[in-house]
Ligand binder design. Structure first.
Ligand code: KIV
Ligand code: NA
Length: 276
């Protein structure tokens, strides 16, 4: 199975084939998702909420991202691994931005990076691309702006917001991104943007006309229920299955059923006698 690359993203759009993306934060999950055939794994800064239990993504650091990128890239054979740039890692200066994007690639092993925002990050995107690191954009509901938005809300419903998102998408494409994540925007706006762009759109809460889809894996598997957005489809209910298994484990310990003979190591009685 051939590796999924930047060219695969662009080819998929040309060939009208949908791109599949999921988040991953650790080795064993990345390996499973890769073996199942997902095209791309996003080490999202959503790991702050899903893995670290923060209320939002703002406390995630570049060190956190490097740590998780390392684990995911070891598990991914075919999938393209995208490292998310966390809050404040691309806001200060172009130099700082290149250094931080570079760390996700050089230390973390990521194949590309993703960052949030429109016209205000165009100079940073150009600089990262000039450093030979592929970039994915992210428009619509950009969770690092939660304190400006005042909550996780659908973006681009009114003309002014929608117009801005369309313009930003074109500016990001011009700046050199190879794909754009559209989060929580109306389906018809995502359709319009997907038609206008040469690079693929990857939707999350953006309807079926995007060129690809991404979900947080723990949402998709039904194992993270602190907050379940409307756009999530749960393909499993791992919460119940993990709790059930854990209850049985506890019970079997209490009742002396676990461990059984087959989980246990033997030693010669002769050796044992000498110990008594
Ligand atoms: O951090 C993340 O998981 C993301 C996706 C939801 C697009 O940015
Ligand atoms: Na993110």
């Amino acid at each position: 199975n051939k590796k999924f690359t930047v060219s695969s993203f662009l080819k998929a759009k040309k060939d009208d084939e949908k791109i599949s993306m999921l988040t991953a934060y650790d080795y064993s999950t990345a390996k499973l998702l890769d073996e199942a055939g997902v095209d791309s794994l996003l080490v999202g800064d959503s790991l702050g909420m899903v893995m670290l239990g923060y209320e939002n993504t703002l406390q995630v650091t570049v060190d956190d991202m490097v740590h998780h990128c390392k684990a995911v890239t070891r598990g991914a054979k075919r999938a393209m691994v995208i490292g998310d740039m966390p809050f404040l890692s691309y806001h200060i200066s172009v130099e700082d931005t290149i250094r931080n994007a570079g760390r996700l690639v050089q230390e973390g092993g990521a194949h590309a990076v993703k960052l949030e925002g429109g016209r205000e990050v165009v100079d940073k995107i150009k600089a990262i691309v000039d450093a030979q690191i592929p970039v994915i954009g992210h428009l619509g509901l950009t969770p690092q702006s939660i304190n400006i938005f005042g909550g996780f809300k659908v973006q681009g419903k009114n003309e002014e917001q929608a117009q801005k998102i369309v313009e930003d998408a074109l500016l990001l494409q011009e700046a050199g991104v190879f794909a754009i994540v559209l989060e929580c925007v109306p389906e018809k706006l995502a359709k319009l943007i997907s038609e206008k762009l040469k690079v693929p759109t990857i939707g999350i809460g953006a309807g079926k006309y995007c060129d690809g889809q991404v979900l947080v894996t723990q949402d998709m598997l039904g194992m993270y229920t602190d907050f379940v957005p409307k756009f999530v489809k749960q393909y499993s209910n791992l919460c119940d299955s993990i709790k059930e298994s854990t209850k049985r484990y506890i019970e079997e310990i209490k009742e002396g059923q676990f461990p059984a003979k087959e989980h246990t190591f033997k030693m010669d009685d002769e050796v044992l006698e000498k110990l008594y």
